[in-house]
Design a protein around this ligand. Structure first.
Ligand SMILES: C[S@@+](CC[C@H](N)C(=O)[O-])C[C@H]1O[C@@H](n2cnc3c(N)ncnc32)[C@H](O)[C@@H]1O
Length: 268
């Protein structure tokens, strides 16, 4: 199978571990509540460096994690171990998911459709179903394709002619705990509206005392999904009672929501 094309390696993985614990903080209680209500054990698919997983372990929840990026998983494990936590973590693309046990709750936050083909995404949904216990629930979120204005404006052919965007050197540097500074700059390289596929490129830099010490360029492919399409795919994968909520707020989704979450239950 094709390798996942995601940018969560090397410098970008270290940037995530260092700076992203406070990113979109309302997502953390949202999924936590769903694990508490639905029950454990839970699986965090695309767990990254543990932005959600680590608070849940601290809260005493039984949560495993997996991710395609060995760099993200290593950083997640290191963070956990610094707190005396020993989560079960493994490296695996979600379309090859083969967990060591079944779960009452499987959740995927900010990771579905990343670095994969659409056929792989359909395979992932079937594997999430297989990973659940009977009456267990999958929670998967997406950013809707029209939410990000700089991307949405490239859907018409005339605007797309302006792609790829020019590469801009990263401007803002952020100081890490070791005193070095990280800087990132992303650009849109391609948007295929027929395939609903977006390609970004990230330039990442690390500076020490005003000297550039590391530099990387990485690509991220994202499959874009609309609400009705993903609902149908969940149903095709065998899920029932599919509910679509707004931006990690527990309310029914509205056209104003940039992110939406699907709750889908395995009944069989
Ligand atoms: C935006 S980060 C989100 C990480 C974490 N879920 C969070 O919310 O902090 C996306 C994560 O998905 C992982 N990922 C991307 N494509 C994947 C795939 N096809 N299978 C499994 N993990 C994937 C990346 O390595 C990265 O850790």
């Amino acid at each position: 199978m094709e390798e996942a094309q995601t940018w969560h390696y090397g410098l970008i993985a270290r940037y995530w571990a260092e700076f992203n614990d406070d990113f979109r903080p309302h997502e953390i209680p949202y999924f936590q509540r769903r694990i508490e209500v639905g029950g454990g054990p839970a699986l965090d698919v695309g767990c990254g460096t543990g932005r959600l997983l680590l608070p849940y372990l601290r809260a005493g929840l039984d949560v495993d994690g997996c991710d395609v990026s060995a760099d993200m998983v290593t950083l997640c494990r290191e963070k956990a171990e610094r707190e005396g936590l020993t989560p079960r973590l493994w490296v695996q693309p979600m379309h090859e998911l083969s967990p060591p046990r079944r779960y009452k709750t499987v959740y995927v936050c900010g990771a579905f459709g990343l670095g994969s083909t659409r056929a792989q995404d359909r395979a992932s949904l079937r594997l999430f179903y297989g990973a659940l216990e009977r009456d267990g629930t999958l929670f998967v979120d997406i950013e809707v394709p029209y939410a990000d204005e700089p991307v949405w404006r490239y859907w018409p052919q005339k605007e797309r002619a302006g792609l790829p965007e020019h590469a801009r050197p990263p401007s803002r540097r952020q100081r890490a705990s070791d005193g070095t500074e990280y800087a990132l700059s992303a650009r849109i390289v391609d948007l295929d509206p027929l395939e609903q596929r977006l390609t970004y490129e990230m330039q990442a830099e690390r500076w020490r005392d005003d000297e550039l010490v590391e530099q990387e360029r990485r690509t991220l492919n994202i499959n874009l999904y609309f609400k009705n399409e993903l609902e149908l795919l969940l149903e095709r994968a065998g899920f029932e009672d599919v509910v679509v909520e707004g931006d990690h707020n527990g309310a029914p989704a509205t056209p104003e929501d940039a992110f939406i979450t699907f709750a889908a239950t395995r009944r069989g």
